[in-house]
Design a binder for this molecule. Sequence first.
Ligand code: NAG
Length: 168
Amino acid sequence: MGLWRPSIHCLAAASLLFGGTDAVLRQELLAQRRSQQSEVLKADPPTPYPEQFYSEQILDHFNKSDGRRYAQRYFTNFDHYKPGGPIILNIGGEGPLDEGSVSGHLSNVLFAKELGGAAVAVEHRFYGKSQPFDSLATEHLSYLASRQALADLAGFQEQGSGQTVILV
Ligand SMILES: *[C@@H]1O[C@H](CO)[C@@H](O)[C@H](O)[C@H]1NC(C)=O
């Protein structure tokens, strides 16, 4: 359609006035509705569990003189949280996380519901948006190690200000 996009109401009124062009108008109406629906589907729905970043994560946990840090992504769901409740921490594997890691029917959410806790998920270093470097050059990959990733979790837990943390 050109610059002037008739509203559905205009089209419906026109359709009443000019009965003969009904089929064409109906086609246009359908096309318009379809394009509106696809616009709705394209828009990012707002999420109650937006991504967050722990920007003080240590890059090398085994070299105290290396002060480099990176931003590790995580998600939280406090829907069922009662003060003093545990943190149910979902450990991200070798892949990106999204808000689905603290919503839906995952075990961290089910436990949080039962125990009045918070469901939290931490992304694994070097996956998704938890990138310590902007390239995967060989010299950077020495920091992609399971003992570093485990130490990341320990570092992250310390931010929980003494609350019970349950890993799932
Ligand atoms: C530890 O970090 C320091 C400072 O970045 C660096 O000079 C040194 O080579 C590192 N040591 C090891 C064993 O990686």
